[in-house]
Design a protein around this ligand. Sequence first.
Ligand code: NAD
Length: 477
Amino acid sequence: MRDALNYIDGRQVPARDWLENFEPATGQVYGRVANSGPDDVARAVAAAQRAFPAWSATSAAARSTVLRAIARLIERDLDKLARAESIDSGKPLAAALAIDIPRAAQNFAFFADAITQFASEAHPADGALNYTLRQPLGVVACISPWNLPLYLLTWKIAPALAAGNCVVAKPSEVTPMTAHLLGALCTEAGLPPGVLNLVQGTGPGAGAPLCVHPAVQAISFTGSTRVGALIAAGAARTFTKVSLEMGGKNPTLIFADADLDEAIPQALRAAFSNQGQICLCGSRILIERSIYPRVRDALVAGARALRLGDPLEAGTDQGSLVSSAHFDKVMSCITIARQEGGEILTGGQRKVLAGRCAGGWFVEPTLIEGLGPETRTNQEEIFGPVATLQSFSSDEEALTLANATRYGLAASIWTRSLSRTHRLAASLHSGIVWVNCWMLRDLRTPFGGVKDSGVGREGGWDALRFFTETKNICVKY
Ligand code: NAD
């Protein structure tokens, strides 16, 4: 049995009791997770409060050095961390090796650099000078989901620490293991005790008391829109600053003039990467009518060619879903799609593998057509390997379909027309628009959604601004 412990005041400690930790590819319990409660949260916040005066007074260069050391240790432990992430989440080991863990290291390296370049404004006027300070907030909470566990946890922790805050983070109880391993790396890198604390456990048990703790000055949350609303409601009572990165129902728009040799494989990648469990996944594929049959057939062939298998085996494209509960949710969404009159073009079933993974929670990559924009299938986030196809015959219709949900995180447009690109990009209700690409990330750019997908932006200066308080000083001379 492997235990995922809390990391409080520089030490790895258990909580009062435990949750079971499953390997989703086998459906078997393989470890335990500290099941923290308000007392553990209080200890972690107290440790962060004690550490804050010294850490916030450390120079940006010194903080940068420690963050860079953490990045190097993550790179050193790439194999170990990637294997832990794959076992914990069901994602292919190859994806954890190539994407999740390298990106976690980049998050620390990026903000190690960024903080040394972070500047603020001055407004000289006749007889007076205004200058602006951006000071660390104090103790901040970082709450992350299970789909990209170490990648998203570090995306929050790194800017918060770089800006001089002390952090209490709550990783997802579904995928706690790489956070557990990160704690030991932070100690090895020389991060002083209490600067980062990791409290494992459930949302209601550990996340909720953390969010309402009176010493917490800001909450950076990534997860579902439902939980984001709960956190925002609680934060409103104490005027706690929040950044919310939430759900998506993202459109992929494929026009007849697109480079289809590029657009079709990328639309498949957008639909099925990480088994469709990425907030940015393109789960509504909108296709210009004149090319619809050709694109549909190619997408179906591409989905059928994806290799579902043991996540630890080389050559596996698709692993398992993250948990039994999530498997049930995705399968119930497929049932709803059938009830709504959708035609399952491919997939739609549980995949039962032989051998070690016989009990795993695998779902075939699924494509559905014949459903209108108002259906639940095209309105609700499924967050699994399920995408729908719809057709359009004009730019206006494409735009109307793309914008016809309560979400607005990301969109991807495939066209060779420059004027269409700019017209649509400006009119899409979306925080992020990719043109002739998907999930091409530059960590300097603002990241976040509109409508029910988010409040605020992460990434680059936006993250450092979120994790600092702005103070203007006016000096008359
Ligand atoms: P979730 O909302 O269930 O949980 C996210 C985190 O919040 C977990 O750590 C959970 O324990 C915690 N939590 C739950 N209830 C809480 C409460 N009352 N108070 C405080 N914390 C609480 O989300 P999930 O199922 O882990 O992740 C999937 C969701 O995350 C999807 O909706 C997906 O779109 C979204 N997501 C969004 C982004 C983005 O950048 N916009 C990125 C990844 C995932």
